[in-house]
Every structure is written in C-alpha cells, then in structure tokens.
Design a protein around this ligand. Sequence first.
Ligand SMILES: [Cu+2]
Length: 173
Amino acid sequence: MILTRRRVLEAGGGIFAAFLAELAAAAGEPVEIAMKGKADGSHVWFDPIGLHVKPGQTVQWANRDRGNSHTATSYHPEIFERVRRIPAKAKPWNSDYLLPDETFSFRFDEEGVYDYYCVPHEHAGMVGRIVVGNPSGTEVAAEATGLTPLPTPALNGFPPVEEIVAKGIVRRE
Ligand SMILES: [Cu+2]
C-alpha cells in the first residue's frame, strides 16, 4: 500500500473513520459508505458522499441511520427508467430498501464515474458519486425521451470528479 505524504497528513488531521476508509481504498479492500440521518429525520446523507476506488474494488453500503430506510440505487434506464449516469458498459445496481444495520455490496469493475441516489430521499439531495480508476471525464448519457431527469437537489449534490480523485474521500454532512 502506498499513500502519498499529503494524504497521510490530511488523514492525520481528519477523522479516523475516513482514514481507515482511505487505507482500505488504497489497499483495494472493501470500503463502507454509511447511510446517515439526523434523529429527527431533517437531514439524510451518504458518508462519504464521494469515493475514489480502484477497478475491481467492492463498496459496501450500510444503513447507520436508526430512523430511516435507505437505498443505494444507480442512475440507469433499466432501474426506474432513469437517465444513465454510470459508464455505458457498467452493470446497474439497486440495493432495495435497507433497514438499520442492513448492508449491500457491489463490485466496481469498469473505470468511470458512477452516480447513485437513495430512492426515498433523492428529492432531499441524498446522492453519491464513486470514481473508479482515473477516467478522462464525467460520462453522462444524453437526455433520452421517457427517462426521468434528476431533481435539482440531486444534481447539486455530486462532488466534482476532480475533488474526489484529489482527496480520495469526500465527506459532507
Ligand atoms: Cu435515504
């Protein structure tokens, strides 16, 4: 495992969980993305919201929110007829509803940018982005007739690809 000096310094000054996730990502081990929410349900989010992994790496989503069910669902025409926001050759996924402490795993083989959302909380901006490898840019399919576009809070939620690649992990609460 090789971590750059900058990344080690950043992690040392940050949150330990993020450091562990970064170590796992660097080692090609499964990385957890938590589904979180405030106790009163006023805010829900993926933590981290942005994650950089290697091709072939597995990501596990875990519902760490006592008060809500969540999903991790890729933007893809085959799943709820959504605009595709994952690489053209990639397989779409849908965790279905995860109850508190339930998990779902998916292996990312194709290099590229993957955008996903939580079905019941997309309109609250509960989305996430995973960058696999070092893609040349965000590949988003052209708007196609009959597919449901993203609501504005979702569109505004994705961290920039460059930020994810630079930091490895992007957290926003
Ligand atoms: Cu949710």
